[in-house]
Design a protein. Structure first.
Length: 209
C-alpha cells in the first residue's frame, strides 16, 4: 500500500499530462471543421499539441528548460496556425503548469524570466489571433500572474525549510565530531601508567591495558 501511494505521489502529474495530451489531440482533430477553428494542416496541429504538452514530462531533469520549451512551442505554433492555441484549452493548461513550475524555482532570476516569457508568449498569441480577443489575453495574464505568485511564495517556503534541514544536519554532524574528538582525547590520557601507594608499601605503577 505504501509503495502504491508513493507511486501515486510521484506520477500523478505525469498522469494528468498524458490525459491532457489525449484531450488536446482530440480537440485539435474535432475543431478542424469549425468556422473559427484551427487553420491546420491537421498533421501540424497534432505535432504542435504534442510539442506543447510533452516537455512537462521532463520537468524534473530540466526544471527551467521544460517550462521554457512549452512557451517556445506555443510561440512557434501560433506563427503557423494562429487559431490553434486560442481555441484549444490544453495549451492554456500547459501554460498554467509551466508558469507554476517556474515560480517554484529556487533561482529567482529564472522564476522572474519565466513569468515574463509567459506574458510575452501570450501577447504574441493574442496579436496573431484574427479575432483579437483582448479580454481573453487580460484574463490569461491574470491567471498566470496569480499562479506564479502562489508558486513563488511556496518556492521560498520550500527553500527556507530545506535550508533549515541543512543547518540542523550540519549542527548534528558538528556535535558528533566534537563528541568523537572528546572520546579520542580521553582515550589518549587513559594509556598512561596507573600508580597506587599505601602506608605499608611504596608507590607502585602498572601499565594500562
Amino acid at each position: 500500500m505504501k509503495s502504491f501511494l508513493r507511486r501515486v505521489r510521484r506520477y500523478w502529474f505525469d498522469t494528468l499530462v498524458v490525459l491532457g495530451l489525449g484531450l488536446g489531440l482530440a480537440g485539435a482533430v474535432v475543431s478542424q471543421d469549425q468556422a473559427d477553428g484551427p487553420t491546420g494542416p491537421l498533421w501540424f496541429d497534432v505535432l504542435a499539441i504534442t510539442a506543447i504538452v510533452t516537455p512537462l514530462f521532463f520537468r524534473r531533469r530540466f526544471p527551467f528548460g521544460a517550462p521554457l520549451a512549452v512557451g517556445v512551442a506555443v510561440a512557434l505554433t501560433t506563427l503557423v496556425d494562429e487559431r490553434l492555441v486560442p481555441i484549444d484549452f490544453i495549451p492554456f493548461l500547459a501554460g498554467c503548469a509551466a508558469v507554476f513550475l517556474v515560480g517554484l524555482l529556487r533561482d529567482r532570476s529564472q522564476a522572474v524570466a519565466g513569468i515574463v516569457l509567459a506574458i510575452g508568449v501570450e501577447a504574441l498569441v493574442a496579436y496573431r489571433d484574427p479575432l483579437k480577443n483582448l479580454s481573453a489575453f487580460i484574463a490569461t495574464c491574470i491567471v498566470f500572474g496569480f499562479l506564479w505568485t502562489i508558486a513563488f511564495a511556496l518556492g521560498r517556503k520550500f527553500q527556507e525549510a530545506e535550508e533549515a534541514r541543512e543547518r540542523a544536519a550540519r549542527a548534528e554532524r558538528e556535535r558528533e565530531e566534537r563528541a568523537r574528538s572528546a572520546v579520542t582525547k580521553g582515550s589518549r590520557w587513559s594509556w598512561g601508567p596507573r600508580c597506587t601507594s599505601t602506608r605499608r608499601s611504596p608507590t607502585t605503577c602498572t601499565p594500562s591495558t
